[in-house]
Design a protein around this ligand. Structure first.
Ligand SMILES: CSCCC(=O)C(=O)COP(=O)(O)O
Ligand SMILES: [Zn+2]
Length: 203
């Protein structure tokens, strides 16, 4: 199996699991996985597809600028520039973006603070935060319709090989060293969001 096929299958498997969680409503969401460093090339979801289905047109290979490596009728995700920024600025190997009700509601609720903090929650350990007083702080940025402008704000938070950014009333983009880590961080974040939303609802 070639590296490209291996990475394709890895991303397709992650996509299936996230689809099982119903995290791709209305064709929302996009996923990417790095295939090579020199030249930098990554697979990204084709734009506007029904991400609940598994087909051989789900992903296409793009370069560091997010442009297709080969002629294709497929369009890279509208948010490919965010994934490009991740691979250009960090050592991450996989990046995931989903829209959920919980991440949207909390991004609006805490939007003016520019971040949401989690403390005293077991699942922040997924981010490597093991101290009793540790705080997981997830930045919240404005949802600019102009993707290069959105990418500009997003890039400011690309300070480590793993991380997460909430885009206000839009969704979360998360990255990690590989597909396993990115999925783990996404699941942990969504657990924390669902918990916080439930807590606000009973208060
Ligand atoms: C229909 S959702 C609006 C676009 C978006 O935010 C998204 O995540 C999906 O866009 P893509 O081009 O990656 O399909
Ligand atoms: Zn989106």
């Amino acid at each position: 199996m070639t590296k490209l096929q291996e990475k394709w299958n890895e991303l397709a498997d992650v996509k299936d699991v996230l689809a099982g969680r119903d995290w791709f409503m209305g064709t929302s969401g996009n996923l990417a996985i790095k295939v090579s460093d020199a030249p930098l090339q990554f697979l990204v979801t084709a734009s506007g597809k029904d991400k609940y289905k598994r087909t051989d047109e789900d992903f296409l290979l793009v370069d560091a600028a997010g442009e297709p490596v080969e002629a294709t009728h497929l369009k890279p995700s509208a948010e490919t520039l965010l994934h490009s920024a991740i691979y250009n600025k960090t050592g991450a190997g996989c990046s995931l973006h989903v829209h959920t009700v919980a991440n949207n509601v909390l991004s609006e609720h805490y939007g003016r603070d520019g971040k949401i903090d989690f403390k005293g929650q077991e699942l922040i350990k997924a981010f490597g935060l093991w101290d009793e007083d540790a705080v997981l702080s997830i930045p919240i940025i404005a949802n600019h319709a102009h993707i290069p402008r959105l990418a500009e704000d997003f890039e400011e938070h690309l300070t480590a090989d793993k991380g997460a950014v909430l885009i206000r009333n839009h969704g979360i983009t998360i990255w990690g060293k590989d597909a396993f880590e990115a999925k783990k961080l996404l699941e942990a974040s969504e657990f924390l969001f669902q918990y916080q939303l439930a807590l606000l609802q009973i208060k």
